[in-house]
Design a binder for this molecule. Structure first.
Ligand SMILES: NC(=O)C1=CN([C@@H]2O[C@H](COP(=O)(O)OP(=O)(O)OC[C@H]3O[C@@H](n4cnc5c(N)ncnc54)[C@H](O)[C@@H]3O)[C@@H](O)[C@H]2O)C=CC1
Ligand SMILES: O=C(O)C1=N[C@H](C(=O)O)C[C@H](O)C1
Length: 262
């Protein structure tokens, strides 16, 4: 049995991950952590009635649960410190929280290597999103002119999404830095052309009703190609999270992307 702690369990993804851990018989939920929690036991929350696990609101106190895996769906400003804390205590992080800089990931990877502790940081745990990024990278070889339109629910804190940034990084590996559009173009409303990553434009849509969606739109001479991914239910991320929880203890490094564990 893998002993798992879920950080951010009061949030949308943390609650979904808590249910996933409870459903899998090879996982043991040893605790849940969220500074906003008022409960002492998970079972006090109606949707987890009958499911006992200690609730932590203090980082250091989580160590008393002796977790082997740390699932993190928190907020960008907390997740780096949480991941560092997990690695320092040889707990394998499985991190879905977005907003990590490349420099922060590199530092955490060095720490993981020093601690000989495996882990994963993945901006997207859905298989369709991993494939969307890989197919887009393939297409960028032939269609270097591309714009990314990511669409999310209106409670999302970070923009562009972690998935959009990773997609842009992967496309840049193939097409390099290439300015797009008219070199003389102007914006009569600031931001009209979106964010700029190596010449590619990224547009962030935030609307109620959406969960997570992304369109990678390529244009060539007289033709176009659109690769689109849609998340209709947060349950879709759980296959990847469960897979990572099973595999991270077998590695001794911190991976950046679910594709490395598939
Ligand atoms: N990698 C993936 O596949 C996915 C990643 N995400 C990312 O996961 C993160 C969480 O998303 P949601 O659940 O929608 O957000 P949310 O706002 O519903 O939940 C965040 C939770 O983190 C808690 N929190 C704040 N500071 C904390 C700390 N220091 N330690 C522990 N918990 C803390 C909050 O109290 C809140 O309950 C976001 O960064 C989002 O982009 C979301 C969906 C899929
Ligand atoms: O906040 C979300 O909801 C999501 N965040 C991740 C991201 O920023 O890419 C993954 C998915 O898009 C859902």
């Amino acid at each position: 049995m893998t002993k798992i702690l879920v950080a951010g369990f009061k949030g949308r993804m943390g609650a979904t991950a808590t249910h996933m851990v409870l459903k899998n018989t090879d996982f043991e939920l040893v605790g849940v952590y969220d500074p906003v929690a008022k409960e002492k036991d998970l079972a006090e929350i109606a949707e987890f009635a009958g499911q006992h696990a200690p609730v932590f609101t203090d980082l250091e106190a989580t160590l008393t649960a002796a977790p082997e895996v740390w699932i993190d769906f928190t907020v960008p400003k907390a997740a780096v410190a949480n991941t560092q804390f997990a690695l320092e205590h040889k707990i394998s992080p499985v991190v879905g929280t977005t907003g990590f800089t490349a420099a922060a990931i590199k530092k955490l990877q060095e720490l993981a290597a020093k601690q000989t502790t495996g882990g994963l940081i993945a901006p997207n745990f859905s298989l369709s999103a991993v494939l969307m990024m890989q197919f887009s990278k393939q297409a960028a070889k032939y269609f270097p002119d591309v714009e990314i339109i990511e669409m999310h629910h209106d409670n999302k804190l970070d923009a562009p999404s972690g998935t959009a940034i990773k997609t842009a990084e992967m496309l840049a590996e193939v097409r390099g830095d290439k300015p797009q559009g008219n070199p003389n173009e102007t914006e009569s409303l600031p931001g009209a052309r979106g964010a700029n990553y190596a010449g590619m434009r990224i547009h962030s849509v935030r609307l109620p009703g959406l969960i997570a969606h992304q369109q990678v739109q390529f244009g060539g001479v007289g033709e176009g190609l659109t690769i689109r991914q849609d998340t209709y239910d947060r349950e879709s991320f759980m296959t990847g999270v469960a897979l990572a929880c099973r595999k991270v203890r077998q590695t001794k490094q911190l991976y950046d992307g679910l594709e490395y564990l598939l």
